[in-house]
Design a protein around this ligand. Structure first.
Ligand SMILES: [Zn+2]
Length: 307
């Protein structure tokens, strides 16, 4: 065993001798075809072509090459945890147009606690995990800023997430609060969203089912008074396509849509065949065939045809 250690020690000495010309803590620079190390005076040292394995990772510099097939090639480097530390997009001719560098702080279990990403040298994104809470900040080139906070498993059965948008002067433009309610299998069955647009402070509260279809929408004025409200109900056909939709406004029947499921190309789509609009003194019925109107009928509140 001692002998083996000794041999390794010699090997290590020989190997380190081979790369003695490399600066300390050398970082490989790379483009889609080559890697090199920048010397002190800007000269390129240890220039070589990438030697890719079957998974398109270079065995020398460790980067991954991905050809998008549209003239763009992405060269990525990862840390030992598998998270990207540098992602560079190159266009035709090998010129880079986007360079993202990320730094990570890990906890003792190897989970990311904090990360920062720089786009062409400008801070563009941070991630911070505190307990279960995850905060992500996005900084845009015009100075505007988005912030997202999520509380997974809050109260055991609800995921709460918040989203804020700020203009370049730091004024809030938009605020969103989403509660995702989970059933006992951990699946979302209801999303309740409250959003506010500034500076008008238009507030909308909506609920949507697991398929993302709205169940209710309420709009409020500046003083918090309800100014408009809708409720929705659905019947579903094949592949969860909506074949019937009912909309209530202020608690009164407002609209009904009747559709059928048809085959189009490879898939199924719905085709509207009847639409009913209710108003205070009657209702309109419009019938369709293959997308074109075939009849329009106006009924009074007694159900008699007006025209
Ligand atoms: Zn390489």
């Amino acid at each position: 065993m001692k002998k083996l250690v000794f041999i390794f020690a010699i090997l290590a000495a020989v190997l380190s001798g081979c790369i003695a010309e490399e600066p300390e803590n050398a970082v490989w620079e790379r483009n889609p075809t080559e890697h090199w190390i920048n010397g002190k005076n800007g000269e390129k040292l240890n220039v070589g072509e990438h030697e890719l394995d079957e998974e398109s990772f270079c065995e020398i510099c460790g980067c991954e090459i991905f050809d998008h097939g549209n003239g763009v090639i992405t060269v990525s480097n990862y840390d030992e945890k598998g998270n990207p530390v540098r992602v560079t997009n190159f266009a035709f001719g090998g010129n880079s147009f986007d360079d993202y560098i990320s730094e990570y702080k890990y906890d003792e279990n190897g989970e990311v606690l904090y990360s920062e990403t720089f786009e062409n040298g400008r801070l563009c994104e941070t991630f911070e995990k505190t307990g279960e809470t995850v905060q992500k900040d996005y900084y845009y080139i015009d100075g505007s800023h988005h912030l997202s906070i999520s509380y997974p498993g809050y109260l055991g059965d609800t995921i709460i997430s918040q989203w804020y948008a700020y203009d370049p002067e730091g004024n809030i433009e938009y605020e969103e609060y989403v509660e995702s309610l989970l059933d006992k299998n951990g699946e979302v069955y209801l999303n309740r969203t409250t959003y506010i647009h500034y500076p008008t402070e238009t507030k909308v509260v909506s609920e949507a089912n697991a398929l993302g279809h709205p169940l209710s929408v309420e709009k409020y004025d500046l003083d918090g008074n309800l100014i408009d409200d809708y409720d929705y109900a659905y019947e579903y056909g094949e592949e969860n396509l909506i074949v019937y939709e009912k909309i209530m406004r202020h608690g009164n029947l407002y609209k009904e849509y009747f559709s059928k499921v048809i085959t189009q190309g490879e898939g199924l789509v719905t085709q509207l065949y009847k639409e009913v609009t209710y108003h205070e003194t009657g209702h309109y019925v419009i019938e369709y065939e293959n997308g074109g109107i075939i009849s329009e009928t106006h009924y009074d509140s007694e159900g008699n045809i007006i025209e």
